[in-house]
Design a protein around this ligand. Structure first.
Ligand code: ATP
Ligand code: MG
Length: 426
């Protein structure tokens, strides 16, 4: 077969400025969603718009098949940073866009690879072309060959390597515009936040619950948070931590609210009622009972905790089952099979570890027995709870909830006013 020289057909001129920078966002699991797909994609774009609030310049979003193009009057790196926190994109690729003509595309490719080769000379490259517009006069493979040859001519420092290239130049040809990208940053993948409903996360100050919240978000749950402090018997450090954690987590979702509940007095009531070695499990039951009632106000369909099976005494199977019994809603435990080190590594990568490591006075340490029971005895727990008027206790707890919205719009939010600044002796 002879390879006839190609003469590009004249195409309508496009309004796109040459080399306008933009960002390509490749869709993750939403593209498996069949008939419901538009619902997921709409949600993904709503979340993206919310994540772009306060970025400091105008932005635009263009929606194509399985890819979203993002651009605007802001530095490309700022767009990449924001987009990488939006759950539901598999990859985030800084790109340039040019009109879909052979010459514009080729020149942009040469410019891009010349810049790359100045930074990293002597590298192997490959050109991968995807033609979404089948009207484009060259097939994908011929276009790749054409661009590759022109790059080789213009940038002799590079060589072609189709099997293990150091640089992959991706060219995606749409009808009017073509996108060229050569760096690919991983996105968070998963389902768009909100696509699976709402949940209420029990957020302590440790490593586990923030990671668990993040995992829940990645499966499409929009999360509100509840933190139980030991007030009035503990200092407010745990509240500050919960606030900072919720703020960090809110950068991955349309901001959720943080509810802070002072549990100290109720903890003392449980101790006085004779909880003994079951004190921690009794407290946990009270937390989920109260959280279930709170969920009715926040519209949550499930609770989320950071439990990991067997990690500590309160997380044995028997104790988890005893806690489940007290909840009116399903308790989701995304970290049930995770090791502590995996959790800490993930906390580092999502940015919550720096807060979790700070010291605090966790309400669970307050009144904790020297040896906690690993086998909750339900009759004993029920007997202890019977000595209290649980409805009254829960009502009192919910009557004094402090509600905050950490980090809305990416702006600095006011720090929380602690429920009780000066701890009383327990
Ligand atoms: P974490 O790192 O989340 O504190 P942990 O290993 O310390 O976890 P526990 O203290 O046993 O675990 O708590 C198990 C789960 O119960 C937590 O992950 C969290 O979801 C919930 N929880 C515990 N304490 C509180 C609290 N003070 N406020 C809200 N939720 C809590
Ligand atoms: Mg804890």
């Amino acid at each position: 077969m002879t390879d006839t020289p190609f003469v590009p057909a004249p195409r309508a001129s496009s309004p796109v400025a040459p080399d306008a920078s933009c960002v390509l966002l490749k869709h993750g699991e939403v593209f498996l969603k069949g008939r419901n797909r538009h619902r997921f994609v709409d949600r993904l774009h709503d979340n993206l718009r919310i994540a772009l609030r306060g970025i400091g310049g105008s932005t635009w979003i263009k929606i194509a098949q399985n890819v979203t193009v993002l651009g605007g009057q802001v530095p490309q790196e700022a767009l990449v940073e924001r987009a990488r926190r939006v759950i539901g994109f598999n990859s985030v690729e800084p790109a340039v866009r040019v009109p879909s003509t052979l010459e514009e595309i080729t020149q942009a490719a040469v410019r891009a690879l010349r810049d790359v080769s100045t930074e990293r000379p002597g590298r192997g490259f490959a050109v991968r072309v995807r033609r979404r517009d089948k009207q484009f006069p060259l097939t994908s493979s011929r276009m790749a060959g054409h661009v590759g040859a022109r790059v080789l001519e213009a940038v002799p420092d590079l060589h072609v390597d189709l099997t293990r290239p150091d640089i992959v130049l991706a060219i995606e040809i749409d009808r009017k515009e073509t996108y060229l990208s050569w760096t690919r940053r991983p996105g968070l993948s998963g389902l768009p936040v909100g696509a699976s409903g709402r949940a209420l996360v029990l957020l302590s100050g440790g490593y586990d619950s923030p990671v668990s919240a993040h995992r829940a978000m990645r499966r499409g749950l929009a999360c509100d948070f509840v933190h139980f402090s030991g007030a009035p018997y503990t200092n407010p450090a745990s509240v500050y931590k919960a606030y900072a954690l919720a703020r960090e987590l809110n950068r991955y979702q349309p901001p959720g609210r943080l509810h802070v509940i002072a549990l100290g007095k109720a903890q003392k009531q449980l101790a006085v009622a004779g909880a003994g070695r079951l004190q921690v499990v009794a407290q946990r039951r009270l937390m989920v009972r109260t959280s279930s009632a709170l969920a009715a106000r926040t519209g949550a369909q499930a609770l989320v905790t950071g439990d990991s099976l067997g990690q500590v005494a309160s997380q044995t199977l028997a104790n988890l089952v005893a806690v489940d019994e007290a909840a009116d809603l399903p308790i989701l435990r995304p970290l049930i099979g995770w090791e502590k080190q995996e959790i800490i590594d993930e906390a580092r990568s999502i940015g919550t570890a720096d807060v979790s490591v700070l010291p605090d006075e966790d309400c669970c340490q307050l009144l904790a027995p020297p040896r906690a029971s690993t086998r909750a005895e339900l009759p004993h727990l029920r007997a202890v709870e019977k000595r209290l008027d649980l409805d009254e206790v829960t009502e009192a707890l919910l009557g004094n909830v402090q509600v905050m919205l950490p980090g809305e719009d990416g702006e600095a939010a006011p720090p929380p006013t602690p429920a009780c600044p000066t701890p009383e002796p327990a």
